[in-house]
Design a binder for this molecule. Structure first.
Ligand code: SF4
Length: 273
């Protein structure tokens, strides 16, 4: 049986609307991005590339040469996050790596994470993530987001670190902003680890059930219960919800049915959380 690879984006979709997960990854419908979204995504990719090159010790000046906004943001970020970018000592560090990948077998699935930066010391480890937009208003929501939960969970399960010794920090680096970048840091503990494992078990049991019925009987995944979410969803017409919102389907049909979520993994744009 195929082992599906799942990222935090997949888990977020499965918990917000399983039907949307089906449309995107099983029906292979894609949502066109607007030029503003594309511009934001390109900027985010460039910033991540710059940070990766910096960690590899490669020159970053060429990436900023013709992009004054990038230079301005990087300078601001260097000022705000000097303890990460210019630490006083690196003596205790056993691993420092950008774009650090980890995978974890979980029942029939492979859970995958990519840390923008991991700094591992003997007694503690820190995960960092760069978000290239302003910080979210709701810290509780971000704590519950599957990026936070899966990233922390996977590090504990794939290392010797106890939950209490790891953390995850988001840095919000917004282009065209006059203020310094903002950070939100999340700590972890054994209780949260157990709860995440239970929730993962439940989500993936549901997914196994839905996949079986979708593949064998063509039964659709459940729709979201909270109809408010449909208001802004591109599949509202297809789902027969708020069909007056769109004249034409705002998604692209594809005849290729994916039998492996791996192919979809790289195509997910960064979503504001
Ligand atoms: S329209 Fe509503 S039910 Fe359909 S995919 Fe979107 S959020 Fe889910």
């Amino acid at each position: 049986m195929t082992k599906y690879r799942l990222s935090q984006q997949h888990l977020n979709l499965l918990t917000t609307c399983p039907r949307k997960f089906q449309h995107l990854y099983l029906d292979n419908l894609s949502i066109p991005t607007t030029s503003a979204e594309q511009e934001r995504l390109n900027w985010g990719s460039q910033f991540h590339l710059l940070m990766q090159q910096r960690e590899l010790g490669l020159p970053i000046e060429p990436l900023m040469l013709e992009n004054q906004e990038m230079q301005h943001c990087f300078n601001n970020f260097s000022q705000a996050a000097s303890e990460i970018l210019e630490p006083e000592t690196q003596n205790n560090i056993i691993l420092r790596q950008a774009e650090h990948n980890r995978s974890l077998n979980f029942n029939l699935y492979i859970l995958t994470v990519i840390y923008d930066l991991l700094i591992a010391e003997n007694q503690q480890a820190q995960i960092f993530d760069w978000k290239t937009y302003s910080h979210p208003q709701n810290k509780k929501k971000l704590a519950q987001n599957w990026q936070t939960r899966l990233y922390l969970y996977t590090l504990v399960e794939t290392s010797k670190y106890l939950p209490e010794t790891i953390s995850m920090t988001y840095w919000f680096i917004q282009p065209k902003s006059q203020s310094l970048p903002y950070k939100l840091k999340f700590y972890y503990n054994q209780q949260a680890h157990i709860k995440t494992e239970q929730d993962l078990q439940q989500i993936l049991d549901n997914l196994t059930y839905w996949l079986k019925h979708y593949q064998e009987e063509g039964e659709e995944f459940p729709q979201v219960q909270v109809l408010d979410s449909c208001n802004t969803c591109q599949f509202a017409t297809r789902c027969k919800r708020f069909s007056e919102v769109y004249d034409k389907p705002p998604y692209i049909e594809s005849t290729n049915i994916s039998d492996d979520l791996i192919s979809s993994l790289d195509s997910i744009p960064e979503i504001s959380i």
